[in-house]
Design a protein around this ligand. Sequence first.
Ligand SMILES: Nc1ncnc2c1ncn2[C@@H]1O[C@H](COP(=O)(O)OP(=O)(O)OP(=O)(O)O)[C@@H](O)[C@H]1O
Length: 731
Amino acid sequence: MSCYIKVYGRVRPSTSRNQQNALTVVDKLRVKVEADGRCEKLYELHRIFAEDIAQEDVFTTAAKKMVEECTEGINGTIFAYGQTGSGKTHTMLGPADSWSDPVAKGLIPRSVEHLFAQLELKAQECQKFSFKINVEFVELYNDDIFDLLRSDSNKITLRDTGNDITLVGAKSESVDNSLDLMHVVKRGWKSRRTAATAMNRDSSRSHALLIIKVCTEEVTGSLKTNRSSILNLVDLAGSERQSHTKASGERLKEETNINSSLTVLGRCIRLLSKPSTSHSFIPYRDSHLTHILKNSLGGISKTAVIVNMHPDRSFVAESSSTLQFAEACTMIKNRVLRNEVMSGDQENSYKKAIHELRQEIDETRAKAREEFARRLEESEKNYQQLLAESTALKSEHTELRFKYNVGLYMMASGSEKEIVRKTIALELDATNKRCQLLQEQRDELRERLQQSLNSTIPMQTPCGKQRRQSSRPQRRETVYKHSPSRLAELAGQDDQLHETELRVATLENEIQVVRAKLEKVTEEKFKAEEVHADVISGEEASGRIEEHSRSTAHDNQGERAEYQLVEEGSTREMEKHYSFQIKNSAEQISDLKSRLDAYDQEIEEARLLRLRLEESQNKEKELGKMIENFRKQHEDDHREYREEIRRVKANMEKELAERQKSLDLLQNELEKTVRASNKQKSEASLQFEAKMENLKKIILIQFLSHMVIALSGYPRLFAGLHHFIEDDGVL
Ligand SMILES: Nc1ncnc2c1ncn2[C@@H]1O[C@H](COP(=O)(O)OP(=O)(O)OP(=O)(O)O)[C@@H](O)[C@H]1O
């Protein structure tokens, strides 16, 4: 497994109130460096700790996980880097004499405590778990390594065996608990070289390395697992500028050495951070510091770097160079190895592995079942939700229908809305029919009226004629429907119309009678004229005829005058009578016309009602469609859910099958191993038996040869023995 070095930045609080800060923590990942407000640069690290960050947070972010992994056989290194006085010791150990302060204590005391807490936890969880902690504490002063746990000033040398760098001559102390370890740290710290400088009253003049070696043993059944790891906690000395520290003499020499070792560290980091030079030579051996940290920089360890910075503007150059160092560190990748050795009975370990795999399969199955149940529940919930939504829509639809029915109810006053709803179709049909009937009746009435009018034309006054001619054009034929109440009203009007119709019919009869009378009178008149003409045209006695004619003419004149008078009188009377009748008829016609208008109005209203009804029906249809769509969508969703569940189930079954397959493979392997070991055993026992047989023979031969030698002095006994051997076939 490979992973990048984790790099964290920490900005300490400013020391001077007058100075403006050159560093601004932008957010949790970025810090901005500003020089005289001119150029500014943003640096992004894995985390930036602002001035007010708590020590606990620094530990949790930068070290906690690494400490935990140390108990699993993974090496870890944490080191603090930065200019002098930037807070490296504050970060690693905490303020002086506050290492046991729960708030102020630094990363080393917290790591030590957490390490032991973790080991204790493992001991509780595992039946057979033991651990061994050894600690070494050294300092690199003027590029020499000194043991901080020994009072003599013996120098320590480095042994590099490739993967391991060991400190030859360093005292390794075994500790059982965190208190003991911290006691060792305190003891060693007292020996560390510090001095007051212009920058720091208690400036570290050396790089301090606390090396905690963790070894654990875990026994499960007949399987023994040994793990080992090293946790390096490093407090580097700070880079210094002579202009700031104003060092001289011994301090200047220290300063030069510190700076040169840090320069080598920087160079190694720069080379490691370039991907092109990943396989080229890295000058670890140029300084003890880089040599010791070889495994932590591009090696087989998990590494975290905490770069400490001073926020003041006067240290802006140092802060920039520290951040550049940090940025280079973020590009270095380490290869992390787990130092773990498993031993014990192989067969048992296989069995255990099989058992564990079975357990894992069971767990996976249980998880799959849980997941399946959860998804099923989820889909059920969704289904319920959709159902609820569908019900809501239905109720909305019902509500709309209700409103529509209320509307109908209001229109069909007097009827019950439920009845109206149920009988609406029948009513509509009936209304249609009645409307049709009414229209037919109306048409018939119109026709008869027209006939009546036609028959009275010769007797009409010009004014009546004009009125008739100016009557409205015939309306278009439309089939309308009425509401029941309107139909009741119309029925009343229908009766009236019928009555009028009867009256018109009576009138027509009367007209017929009058006409007949008129015809009779006219006929009589014509007859009289004919008779008169016959008398006048006789040839006999023309005088007489003349006389008779004169007298007859006189008589006829009187008769004719009389007749004319009668005729004139009756015609006037008749005219008077007919004009009265015509007047009456005209009045009735106008009345009928106004009624017809009213009918038309009613029919118009019925048409509007019908339109509204159609609208409502359309709405109902739309709602029906919406519900249908919704139901379809719901079914689709449900199908999708089922599909997904089936997919998940299939995947899980596939996974289970794969696991089962690997289990079978393991079982086969185990059987093979058992068979091989049995074969070996039987071969070994056969060999052993053969060897034993040979040994027995050799012993017997030796015994017999001794006997031969011993009995050579007794020939008879020897001969007997010889016989015995030959007879028994011993040799
Ligand atoms: N984050 C902080 N909060 C409060 N005080 C701090 C912080 N960082 C540093 N200090 C204080 O600043 C002073 C110098 O800090 P420290 O000794 O840790 O610096 P250093 O980087 O180790 O310096 P040197 O390299 O010279 O040893 C100390 O008094 C310390 O308590």
